[in-house]
Structure formats: structure tokens, C-alpha cells
Design a protein around this ligand. Structure first.
Ligand SMILES: Nc1nc2c(c(=O)[nH]1)N[C@H]1C(S)=C(S)[C@@H](COP(=O)(O)O)O[C@H]1N2
Ligand SMILES: [Mo]
Length: 362
């Protein structure tokens, strides 16, 4: 039996059957889909911890309760008749990059595909919280989903809290549509929370209740998971905003089984996306020698301040041969990406630069 509290794979262990089971349920966004400003729905990555709950939209209600002056219970119709907002949001799983860590934390084994951008339509959360009237002592707001499971030996609903300052930001959305279509079951039908700039774990799907609390919330997904720590005994820092990252569309064509890229000799336009939850992207650099020398890419405007920037770079390999392409983003706060993966127990926020081996052939 594996110790549930410290699930780190021994160095020689390959991906387990259970990790493969998670990976097959929770697919990533194929990196060639970085070409789209807005990720087509079926290509948007997925992360579902437990089972996708079956929700009957006719009996479903959203309850706003706890430290509020007026408890609310909204039907889907009530939510849909409120003023609607549409916003493109880049969402990334905090575990993106986890499978490249050594030793490997056992969980959803993401390489680099756990990011996408969708156009979410819904109604703003702030006016609903105002209507309910948060009490003076409200400290955090807890968002609970309709999905249930066991993690770390504890049976639980999937629930996550946000500090009141974040929950009352004016850009949090209760979304019932993705890219103009009703939310499909896997993305949180009938309603989910959207928290622009934060990692995915905050964006609770199948939302059922919103509870204002006066004490720090002790839920498993806030206290045991999604914290940066080296050891179980540490409390660690909670994960919040997405760290900067640039990703590249793998150039050329893939070799089916090895996944190696093959590109013809000649000038090559490299392209991709870059984002940061902290600030706009101000620089993207590209290296063709594994990160020794870098050149600046052209960075374009994002479809919205809450979405990724496009970038491109003209690469002219001097001769046929083997190359390792890398890209690196820097945001307006000066935060950038490390060459070596930053290790932590949960395998979170590994934003080490992407490396793609390309064979350039004459
Ligand atoms: N209720 C619920 N909400 C959830 C999750 C979940 O398992 N249950 N997974 C979270 C995580 S870790 C991520 S990364 C995002 C993924 O959203 P997506 O599947 O729509 O891409 O949903 C978040 N919201
Ligand atoms: Mo996630």
C-alpha cells in the first residue's frame, strides 16, 4: 500500500495504472491547439477529481448562505435572467508540468497540456454577494460543487474557499456557457465559478452552494492540497495566481511512436501563447540550443486582459541536425520561468521552460 499522505513515486517507477486511468479521463489540450485564440470546447483540457455528477437542471438550485444578511436560493432560470457577461479566460491546472518532476508526485500526470482559453458567459458574482449582503465578520467565501469523493482518507464534497477580497473582485463569474454553448457536463453543468488569473482549482464546477464563513476554512482542498511545501509537516503557501509560462506549438510533424518532431531544413515560423496570472506578458524569448542563447519573439495583444498573448519567432536553423527549442515568458512584474523545475510535494506550479527536440532534415 502506498502512503496516501506522501504519494511520491520511487525513482524507477513509471506512470502507474491509476495515473493512466486519471490521464485518460482528464485529457489535456493538444499543443497544436495553441494556434486558437479561443480553444474549441472539445480541445479544452479537463480536470475532474472524482466522478462527473449528474445534475437535474429543473431541481438544481444555487444557495447563498452563511454569514449573509439575506439567504438566497436561485434557480437556473433566475441565474440566466440576470445581466450576462462574456469573458475570455485562460485557465491552467496548478499541476501542469507535474509529470516532469523527479521524484514524481503521484497525481494527475500532466506534461504541459493542462491549459486552455475559453469564452465563458454567465453573470457576475459580485452583485449576487451584494444582494445577499456579506456580514462584517465574513472572512472567506466557500464554493461547493455537487461532486463527492475520498481524498487523503477523507470523504468530501469538492469545495474551495477564497478570501473575501478575492471573492468580491468585480471579475468573478458564475458561468453557464462556454464558447456560446451550454456548459457540457464535464465542464461543470449547470453552473461553475470562473476566477480569472488563478489556477484552475479555484474555479469550482457543478456549483451548488456559496457559504460566507467567519473562520478560516479548513477544507481538504484548501489545507491539504494546493499548497507549496517540501514536507508534510509544513503548512506551506497556498497556490493562487498562475505563474508566467510560454508554450510553443511543436514545429514540423511528429514521429508517431517516439513523438519526436521532424522539420524540413529552412526558415521556420515558431508560434505559441504566453500568460501570467500576476501581470501582462512583456517578453517572450526563444532558444534553439536548449536555453544557452535566447532571442526575442514578437508578442501580440491578448483577446482580453484575462487571456493569453500570442507570440511568434522566425527561426532559421544554420544547418540540418538535432536542436532543442525552448521558450520563456516574463511578465510586467519581472517574474519569469526557471530552466530547472521547482520541486514541491504536490507537484504544483512547475513552470520550467518547455523543451522540444526537433530533428531538422535536409
Ligand atoms: N467541483 C469541482 N470543481 C473543479 C474540479 C473538480 O474536480 N470538482 N477540478 C478543479 C481543477 S483542479 C481544475 S484545473 C479545473 C479544470 O476545469 P476544466 O475541467 O473545465 O478545464 O476545475 C476545477 N474545478
Ligand atoms: Mo487543476
Amino acid at each position: 500500500m502506498r502512503d496516501a499522505e506522501a504519494p511520491i513515486a520511487p525513482p524507477e517507477e513509471l506512470i502507474t495504472r491509476e495515473e493512466l486511468q486519471l490521464a485518460a479521463r482528464n485529457h489535456g489540450m493538444p499543443l497544436e491547439a495553441l494556434r486558437y485564440d479561443i480553444t474549441p470546447v472539445g480541445l479544452h483540457y479537463l480536470l475532474i477529481h472524482y466522478d462527473i455528477p449528474f445534475v437535474d437542471p429543473d431541481t438544481w438550485k444555487l444557495t447563498i448562505t452563511g454569514r449573509v444578511r439575506r439567504e438566497l436560493a436561485l434557480s437556473l432560470e433566475d441565474v440566466r435572467t440576470r445581466p450576462a457577461t462574456t469573458v475570455p479566460v485562460t485557465m491552467e491546472c496548478a499541476g501542469n508540468g507535474r509529470a516532469s518532476l523527479a521524484p514524481r508526485p503521484i497525481s494527475q500526470p500532466w506534461l504541459l497540456e493542462a491549459v486552455s482559453t475559453a469564452e465563458w458567459t454567465g453573470t457576475l458574482l459580485r452583485p449576487i454577494l451584494d444582494e445577499a449582503g456579506l456580514e462584517e465578520d465574513a472572512l472567506e467565501v466557500v464554493f461547493a460543487g455537487a461532486d463527492r469523493g475520498v481524498d487523503g482518507g477523507q470523504e468530501q464534497d469538492y469545495e474551495r474557499s477564497l478570501p473575501v477580497e478575492e471573492a468580491t473582485r468585480d471579475d468573478l463569474l458564475l458561468a453557464y456557457e462556454i464558447n456560446g454553448q451550454p456548459l457540457p457536463p464535464q465542464h461543470g453543468f449547470p453552473l461553475r465559478l470562473i476566477v480569472p488569473r488563478w489556477y484552475g482549482m479555484a474555479q469550482v464546477k457543478w456549483l451548488r452552494t456559496i457559504t460566507a464563513v467567519a473562520e478560516p476554512f479548513g477544507g481538504y482542498q484548501n489545507v491539504q492540497r494546493y499548497r507549496l511545501r517540501q514536507e508534510e509537516s509544513e503548512l506551506g503557501e497556498p497556490l493562487t495566481r498562475m505563474a508566467p509560462r510560454a508554450l510553443m506549438v511543436p514545429p514540423g510533424i511528429p514521429e508517431y511512436l517516439s513523438r519526436t518532431r521532424v522539420a524540413p531544413f529552412g526558415p521556420c515560423r515558431l508560434e505559441g501563447r504566453a500568460w501570467s496570472g500576476g501581470a501582462p506578458i512583456v517578453r517572450v524569448e526563444v532558444s534553439a540550443d536548449g536555453g544557452n542563447t535566447w532571442g526575442d519573439a514578437d508578442v501580440g495583444a491578448p483577446p482580453a486582459v484575462t487571456a493569453w498573448h500570442p507570440w511568434s519567432f522566425r527561426w532559421e536553423p544554420k544547418e540540418p541536425g538535432a536542436y532543442v527549442l525552448c521558450c520563456r515568458a516574463t511578465d510586467a512584474l519581472g517574474d519569469t520561468q526557471p530552466l530547472q523545475p521547482p520541486w514541491n510535494l504536490g507537484g504544483y506550479a512547475n513552470n520550467a521552460v518547455q523543451r522540444i527536440a526537433v530533428s531538422v532534415i535536409a
